[in-house]
Ligand binder design. Sequence first.
Ligand code: PMT
Length: 373
Amino acid sequence: MSAPESSQAEDAYFASNAPPKQLAAHTALAEAFITQHAAANRRVVLVTSGGTTVPLEKNTVRFIDNFSAGTRGATSAEYFLSAGYAVIFLHRQFSLLPYSRHYSHSTDCLLDLLEEDSDGRVAVRPSDSDRILDVLRKYQSARRNNMLLLLPFVTIGDYLHELRAVARLMAPLGASGLLYLAAAVSDFFVPPERLSEHKIQSTNIVEKLYPKDTPSPSPQIEDEETFDNFDASPRVPRSKRLIIDLDPVPKFLKSLVEGWAPLGMIVSFKLETDPRILVHKARYSLERYQHHLVIGNLLSTRKWEVVFVAPGREDRWLRVARHGGWGDAEGRPLRPDEVPEGDPEQEIEALIIPAVAELHDDHIAKSSSVEKK
Ligand code: PMT
């Protein structure tokens, strides 16, 4: 798509898909946050996290979703905070959050870490105290110093409006702004003109009671068969199948790189399930959007290994100890001597964030040398 075409697609998308109600409030919060940290000469990262929903109805009962729990985003945000970044965490509502993620999951429920002491007060079990204290201190420090701004979204439309608004606010940060796009973004959606206003019915009851273009009478429920169809084993077979016709969501990485935050460092993720195409698709994305880094990951091994694909650099695999991973772009398993040794509990983000921060240092250095010339 040429630049004018992509800008037309952008204008058309944002004109026809309404912004979320909280956009103005979120923008004000993000602006104040960015101003505060820019004044302190601190680096700011926008981390996107979690899945975007695709509503099937305006009054939404049903929607399409994806697998992401927001683990990558929430974990990355913690490591960015440890590295001194101020973090805007644009996340799917109710997905995992930095710090609380350690205790919000059903396998590590907070209540299981508590006990009642002899005075009837709630206390942390002594065996869990150290690890909770470590997380608590980091969490409280982030809050006290206003280092973490949480902005929730739900739908793909909300996400794109919020992404555009925050990215534009980050533009004045120049090269010291970092955009780290780990959200699992829908590729398909139902455009507003094809969205059903109300809950999609599984029978033709509404058409029967309110024929098209007739004023709404008060319903006279005379037709027993219509309602019989709600039954689990209806006498009259269900008459409707639901066929969903989805449009592609325009890709906005080009707008991000060229218009919204043109000097910032932009890191996108590439998710695949077939190891043979991962590196190829990551490289293609980099060439197409001309940004700074694609982090490739496979659904099945994303917690243990990722590959960095960056312009002018060799592909770089990062791996944690516990898993052999896929090995290479052809899906060749690792040889035993290639499997990293080390702490099997280490999170892959402990390797990803320092490596991203290093590339960010280079990005800033390069842009200041260009400015000097
Ligand atoms: O949350 P977890 O369970 O920890 O999983 C983490 C993750 C696998 C979701 C994460 O590591 C990841 O890979 N996120 C990106 C998933 C994704 O959207 O991949 P994609 O190949 O569909 O898109 C590639 C890039 O294009 C994304 O960075 C996205 O920002 C961008 N995109 C995608 C769709 C779209 N319509 N417009 C876009 O701009």
